[in-house]
Design a protein around this ligand. Structure first.
Ligand code: AMP
Length: 401
């Protein structure tokens, strides 16, 4: 069975075609700078055939046609006919209060995706264009929407409400939604297979998606009960360039003192803050570690702040879960950065958590159990795979497995 996964952005379209039975990517590609200058197309398939060249891509329609023509190219065929593709799974960033699970895209579900535009004005319209173009160019093939927010839909109101007047929840849907849901869902599923504790309704798991964007999910019995990102992906731990949770009064304070518009403050908090803003060097942990090892105070501080904030969030989620059985690290930092993992695990050692330092130091981007046999908390590194997660959720929805 072949499942195509599409991640459509405002000027880009990424795709991966899975041989689902073997969980293997048989082709993947990226159309960049759609509708702007210097459009570019990259493609590679499992046989090693690679395309990497400028292409005319005036619209998302052009991008999808380019992808289809490439997959069907008689000289380097990935598939013989379009109907070999069983279904298409589309990443959709925001499902608002409407989507708790993947859905087949119908006129009704597309209307609900449109209702989510105010919460994700850059991503959702682009995601929907991807769906509509595929509907018209791949008739008869089910198009499935998989939402970044859906995994967090199970949070109770006390976790998702903010302490502001209730009318703003009713009028504008101001509440916590959470993000990185396909990643949290993927590593939760894998943790359920790896755990040596009983995987039942009481199992207490925290998934730590630590990448350029970073978020945590508190998961009880496989169900998300809280997450660190909020109405937008700015809340929670400080990130590559995002400030994370701060005193909200800082916004008017900076606007007044530096005579900044709200958009300028928003830009500052999203693009100039976090690891980059504190270190003054880079948003990338590799650069910041290198500077810290040369004695750079602000680089060291940035890493210390990140780890300290992670421990505080983990501590609050351990309280929310009533204890902890399993912790999972994933994404760029979680999978690769042994220094950050070691520091965070040290902060949770009061719970009887112990990791094997040699295994931790040797682990980069592979699935591994870090905790020792006598640790009271299991710790895993599980590489995330958001595209495979979308393919799996697509297959589950269509009951194709
Ligand atoms: P992601 O958003 O999941 O792709 O993660 C990207 C981030 O992971 C980068 O900005 C780095 O901060 C971090 N990262 C990637 N590789 C490494 C590594 N080998 N060591 C430390 N951090 C890494």
């Amino acid at each position: 069975m072949k499942i195509l996964v599409i991640n459509s952005g405002s000027s880009s379209l990424k795709y991966q075609l899975f041989d689902y039975d073997n969980k293997k990517v048989i082709a993947k590609g990226l159309c960049e700078r759609i509708g702007i200058d210097n459009p570019h197309f990259k493609h590679e398939d499992a046989s090693g055939h690679v395309i990497n060249e400028d292409r005319r891509l005036d619209s998302h329609g052009d991008a999808v046609r380019t992808m289809i023509d490439t997959l069907l190219d008689p000289e380097f065929p990935v598939i013989g006919k379009l109907d070999e593709i069983t279904a298409v799974g589309h990443r959709i960033v925001h499902g608002g209060p409407y989507f708790s699970k993947p859905v087949i895209m119908t006129e009704e579900s597309k209307d609900s995706v449109r209702k989510c535009f105010p919460w994700s004005p850059l991503h959702n319209p682009a995601n929907l264009i991807g769906v509509e173009v595929c509907e018209s160019l791949m008739p008869g093939i089910p198009q499935v929407g998989v939402f970044d927010t859906a995994f967090h839909h199970s949070m109770p109101p006390e976790a998702y409400m903010y302490g502001i007047p209730y009318e703003y929840y009713e009028k504008y849907g101001v509440r916590r939604y959470g993000f990185h849901g396909t990643s949290h869902a993927y590593v939760t599923r894998r943790a359920s297979e790896l755990t040596q504790f009983e995987w039942n309704a009481s199992h207490r798991l925290i998934t730590c998606h630590l990448g350029n964007g970073a978020s945590f999910a508190a998961v009880k019995g496989g169900v998300c009960i809280d997450t660190s990102m909020g109405l937008t992906p700015l809340e929670g731990i400080m990130m590559g360039t995002r400030c994370g949770s701060i005193d909200p009064a800082i916004v008017p304070f900076l606007a007044k003192l530096d005579n900044l518009s709200l958009d300028e403050v928003d830009g500052l908090l999203n693009h100039k803050s976090g690891i980059y803003g504190i270190s003054g060097i880079s948003s990338d942990f590799r650069d910041v570690h290198a500077a810290a090892s040369q004695g750079n105070y602000r680089a060291k501080l940035a890493v210390q702040m990140f780890c300290y904030q992670a421990v505080k969030i983990l501590g609050s989620f351990i309280a929310a879960l009533g204890g902890i059985d399993t912790i999972v690290f994933t994404a760029g930092i979680g999978e690769n950065d042994s220094v950050v993992r070691q520091s965070i695990c040290e902060g949770i050692s009061y719970r009887g958590l112990k990791i094997d330092d040699d295994i931790n130091n040797a682990t980069h981007g592979k699935e591994v159990k870090l905790s020792t046999d006598d640790s009271l908390v299991e710790v895993f590194v599980i590489p995330t795979n958001e595209e495979l997660s979308i393919a799996m959720q697509t297959v589950d929805l269509l009951a194709l497995a």
